[in-house]
Design a protein around this ligand. Structure first.
Ligand SMILES: *[C@@H]1O[C@H](CO)[C@@H](O)[C@H](O)[C@H]1NC(C)=O
Ligand SMILES: *[C@@H]1O[C@H](CO)[C@@H](O)[C@H](O)[C@H]1NC(C)=O
Ligand SMILES: *[C@@H]1O[C@H](CO)[C@@H](O)[C@H](O)[C@H]1NC(C)=O
Ligand SMILES: *[C@@H]1O[C@H](CO)[C@@H](O)[C@H](O)[C@H]1NC(C)=O
Ligand SMILES: *[C@@H]1O[C@H](CO)[C@@H](O)[C@H](O)[C@H]1NC(C)=O
Ligand SMILES: *[C@@H]1O[C@H](CO)[C@@H](O)[C@H](O)[C@H]1NC(C)=O
Length: 369
């Protein structure tokens, strides 16, 4: 075989392998990608742009993985508890799976309680395969960019939407998540979030009920039995929802009805609609007694869903560890749930050409004893 023919064949093989796995702009290969900076490392998968692990040294120097996750791509493909996932086009619940925008009624997938829509529908952003747009594995600022083209009518939503999600490791022990979406041809609601479950004692350390938490939110959204906001905006003060001062997550959890734990939208006091993109301190978890790891959560969203994994039960996770209720919690910065049906909630509508911006910064500290 001549050298030229050999080269030509190589090129064809490369071209074929690049195009394999991409059908109509939809990735069909699912992989796990690692970012590494010294003793700080992170894994994600392009299936649902999900966080798989976040490892840092505990107070004795031993590596500890502080997010819950599953052992294989196959397990993620069958997951129903949203481990590590990126939710959209609109995170959380939409009453009656419908809304009206510019005079048009849009009917969404009814994938929650038979009549409501949740997390973008049956095949939300948490269940589609994203493409990897950029990937810098190590060095001073490792990062990965996932991209997804959401099409007009997907889940019932209007217009094409181009979405990018970036995870970056900043030293020491900061994970930055940036979420961007551009409406390409029609106005559409957009409210993205991360559903990663945290446990600063280690993903396999049992429940989080004794973790001490502070949330800088003096108001929350009460909900009905299907977890749809009633429309009321209520003060947390004195209620079981009050985390204005550090207290153990479990100390009043038994008083929460219907959901058997927190599944609650908190309105951040420091959110300023005039400084939409500026990060502020939204919540703090005190240093875990066993690992010495604590966390400051920064956000630029109007509020967040705080969920204590109430319905996670008997799920075999990483290393064969079985996750049970309260094995972790989520800090899901996002727009107000059901904002599309509540004109007095801050709007989640993005107009053509406009860019949706939302970031979360997880700043972990290790206290050495
Ligand atoms: C994502 O990739 C997996 C694994 O290849 C495949 O089974 C699945 O059908 C893909 N999903 C979509 C929505 O294309
Ligand atoms: C898929 O998940 C369901 C629970 O949601 C579980 O019952 C089933 O065993 C899982 N299947 C596989 C192949 O893991
Ligand atoms: C479902 O939602 C629609 C729209 O909000 C409402 O008209 C209808 O009564 C609901 N049906 C049930 C069974 O809740
Ligand atoms: C919207 O997406 C469809 C494919 O889903 C494509 O044919 C069309 O050109 C896109 N339009 C714009 C304005 O991006
Ligand atoms: C839970 O229900 C009890 C009994 O109906 C009630 O007293 C309590 O206020 C409820 N708790 C919350 C947080 O709504
Ligand atoms: C979890 O597993 C235990 C032991 O096998 C069983 O008793 C329990 O009913 C299971 N719980 C659920 C919600 O499946």
């Amino acid at each position: 075989m001549s050298k030229l023919l050999f080269l030509f064949l190589c090129l064809i093989i490369i071209a074929v392998s690049v195009s394999v796995g991409v059908v109509n702009g939809t990735e069909t290969n699912v992989e796990i990608y690692e970012l590494k900076r010294g003793d700080f490392s992170f894994k994600a998968t392009n299936y649902g742009a999900r966080v798989v692990s976040l490892v840092l040294p505990d107070k004795t120097g031993k590596p500890v993985d502080v997010v819950l996750g599953l052992d294989s791509v196959k397990a993620y493909l069958n997951d129903s508890k949203n481990f590590g996932s990126l939710s959209g086009r609109v995170a959380n619940r939409i009453k009656g799976a419908q809304f009206t925008l510019n005079g048009v009624v849009y009917h969404l997938d009814k994938n929650s309680n038979g009549n409501n829509s949740i997390h973008g529908g049956f095949l939300g952003f948490n269940k589609v395969n994203w493409t990897v747009q950029e990937y810098v594995k190590d060095g001073p600022k490792p990062y990965i960019v996932f991209h997804y083209n959401s099409y007009d009518g997907e889940g019932g939503y209007p217009g094409n939407l181009s979405v990018t999600v970036t995870y970056a490791l900043l030293q020491p022990y900061k994970l930055l998540l940036t979420m961007r979406a551009k409406a390409l041809n029609k106005a559409t609601p957009v409210s993205l979030t991360t559903h990663s479950y945290w446990n600063l004692g280690g993903h396999n350390s049992g429940n989080i009920l004794s973790e001490e938490l502070e949330i800088f939110a003096s108001r929350y959204l009460p909900t009905d039995k299907q977890l749809i906001p009633t429309g009321e905006i209520a003060p947390v003060k004195g209620t079981p929802f009050d985390f204005l001062k550090f207290r153990q997550i479990g100390s009043r959890i038994a008083e929460i009805n219907v959901t058997n734990g927190y599944d609650t939208y908190y309105i951040f006091d420091k959110y300023n609609p005039k400084k939409k993109n500026a990060l502020f301190l939204a919540a703090t978890v005190k240093n875990n007694k066993k690992t010495g790891i604590g966390m400051n959560v920064f956000s630029n969203a109007p509020g967040m869903q705080f969920y204590t994994a109430n319905s996670v039960s008997n799920i075999t996770g990483k290393g064969g560890y079985v996750y049970q209720p309260y094995c972790g919690y989520t800090f899901e910065g996002m727009g107000y749930p059901d904002a599309v049906n509540r004109p007095y909630f801050p709007s989640v509508i993005i107009n053509p050409g406009e860019v949706y911006v939302q970031d979360m910064l997880y700043d972990l500290q290790v206290k050495k004893y």
